[in-house]
Design a binder for this molecule. Structure first.
Ligand code: CS2
Ligand code: MG
Length: 409
């Protein structure tokens, strides 16, 4: 079996997606997600101009060899663009291998280890009343775990909060990237945020009780000691996790957080190689691995990092926002179904338009997700429909402090 062609498709039903389609000489097709929010065309070019020509004639069954060939062969290693491109190739080859075997990819990873995967949705509100309404809507939708994000008085526009008076293209969530030629500028105030957020969780616990798993995303905004303070102040509300509490390039900064709080920590959605996790895992500085197949080099390294994490009883919390396509979401569901140390799966539902362009077999029932039983990844791209949604420039926001200096978004 040989690879005959490798084609990159960029489509934008509500948001931009980059998809790699690999076709073999037997006519078997494999898909891979290469979506990098706000930098999509960089990955499309990396794939189209530098990787696709190298794939032609290769044996698609040699997944590990292809992965190492593209990782080591580039000389310039790691980074979000390179690893999203390699991820798409890796996913497409697993898709092909599953289709040739007539098996869903999870069967090739050791079979189903659970009946389904606990998923969490994104509740948010600009007021407590709208936040409460959003949590109720998620519980009625069947979610058994909820991420809670709230506006903060004094901060104009905040990450992760849907203004429910605005029609959102996404049923249960928001689209972080804004279409346009410039990033939207948002503001930030760490002190106001740390004072306010614990009060939100006190109200949520009062209304929804002690059992509901609650998650919160600090989105890389705090210094380690600020993160420690927030972690401590959230302890009475028994969080499932506090996510991205501090930028983790400085992995040792998490030692400071860990010294001061028992709130579980989740990190890694912006990571793209196992080395990014090495100290966090080996020193037990986190509790959940937030990688996604799409940004971490694909199914192959995602499985490897989870086997490493299992040595330290660290579990998965794979990143499943709207800017991981249904192909990328399916890829990580296959991994999550098969591994021992699954934790929770993020499920920020895609829009109806996206779910029409990407036909899929994934299910979300009784709070659990399942990749489905179709051979391969179980997602097909309607290319005719996809062609109706050409790329549109879009950027993630940037954040400035009140003195005008840049902060982390
Ligand atoms: C967020 C993401 O889902 C999450 O936890 O951090 O929505 C993130 O903001 C986007 O993936 C950025 O493109
Ligand atoms: Mg996050």
């Amino acid at each position: 079996m040989k690879i005959l062609s490798a084609e990159v498709m960029v489509t934008s039903p509500d948001r931009n997606f980059v998809t790699l389609k690999v076709i073999t000489d037997d006519g078997v097709t494999g898909l891979g997600d290469a979506t990098l929010n706000g930098r999509e065309l960089a990955v499309a070019s990396y794939l189209r101009d530098h990787i696709a020509p190298l794939l032609i004639g290769r044996n698609p069954h040699q997944i590990e060899d292809t992965w190492q060939y593209l990782y080591r062969g580039a000389y310039w290693r790691r980074g979000p663009v390179t690893m999203a491109a390699i991820a798409a190739v890796d996913m497409a080859l697993w898709d092909i291998k599953g289709k040739v075997a007539g098996l869903p990819v999870y069967q090739l990873l050791g079979g189903a280890y659970r009946v389904g995967m606990l998923a969490y949705g994104h509740a948010s509100g600009t007021t407590y009343a709208s936040l409460s309404e959003s949590i109720h809507a998620h519980l009625e939708r069947g979610f058994l775990a909820v991420r809670v994000q709230s506006s903060v008085p004094g901060i104009r526009k905040l990450y992760g909060v849907v203004n429910h008076s605005e029609p959102s293209g996404v049923r249960f969530g928001y689209e972080p990237a804004d279409r346009g030629t410039r990033p939207v500028e948002e503001d930030w105030d760490s002190a106001a945020y740390i004072r306010y957020v614990p009060k939100v969780f006190e109200q949520v616990r009062q209304e929804f009780g002690a059992e509901l798993p609650l998650l919160h995303d600090a989105h890389h905004r705090l210094t380690p000691i600020e993160a420690a303070k927030l972690g401590q102040r959230l302890e009475p509300y028994d969080m499932f996790w506090l996510e991205d509490c501090t930028p983790a390039e400085n992995q040792q900064g998490l030692r400071l957080v860990r010294q001061h709080t028992i709130t579980p920590l989740a990190i890694g959605e912006v990571f793209n190689a196992v080395w990014d996790f090495q100290q966090l895992i080996s020193e037990q500085l986190i509790d959940y691995v937030r990688a996604s197949a799409t940004h971490f080099g694909g199914i192959t390294p995602l499985r490897k990092v989870m086997d490493f994490a299992a040595l330290y009883q660290i579990r998965s919390g794979f990143h499943g926002p709207t800017d991981v396509s249904p192909v990328g979401l399916a890829a990580q569901l296959h991994v999550g179904l098969a591994i021992h140390n699954f934790g929770i799966q993020e499920y920020m539902e895609h829009s109806d338009a996206t779910n029409t362009v990407f036909r899929q077999n994934m299910t979300f029932r009784n709070g659990l997700m399942h990749p489905g039983e179709a051979p391969g990844l179980g997602v097909e791209l309607d290319e005719e429909l996809a062609a109706n949604f050409p790329y549109q420039a879009a950027y993630l926001p940037v954040t400035r402090l009140h003195d005008g200096s840049m902060h982390d978004w």
